[in-house]
Design a protein around this ligand. Sequence first.
Ligand code: PCA
Length: 203
Amino acid sequence: MKVLLTGFEPFGKYKENSSWAVAEKVTACGVVDAEVIAMRLPVSFAGVGAVLRKAVEEYSPNVVIMLGQAAGIDYIKLERIAINMMDATIADNNGYIPDEEPIYADGTAALFTNVDIKKMRRAIEELGIPVKVSNSAGLYVCNRTYYEALRLCNERPGMKALFVHLPLYEGQPSAAEEQPTMPLDDMLKAVWGITTSICQRRK
Ligand code: PCA
């Protein structure tokens, strides 16, 4: 099993992105029976699709697990849906702020994950880590990335994709004191747990 595990570069007011901190560490720890490749994605509406496509074409992963930072949550947020819309209040790292634009003019309104998301929720619950299934990944770069990945799944039968939003981690630089956080270790366990669970299912 080959897993492409992505996180993002920092964006907005944050000097670090919890998603990359987790992707890097899970990859370093390794997952039994899986080859995990970590990739840091740009926070760029225009650029992220091509970077993801290139990685998928190069590595031919069985599974793409994408991680993104969502400041303000205090649980692991498993995303079920990507929608064909971009809208933002803060610029991406290229200075771009879309205003209710479709990602693809001819694209279907929404794409759903082909991973058993409730099974993933159970896997994280069993670890005693707070988790929820979400029906909106927002309209920012994470949603676009997810939409691109699920389109790639339609082109590549057998490939699975799941997007997971993560809290800020405890002690993360530039996190304000009142913002909720989660211990980095819990996020590592949760992502390791779902990666293991997806890989086992396909044995
Ligand atoms: N979170 C943003 C984009 C990059 C990231 O880590 C989002 O939720 O769209």
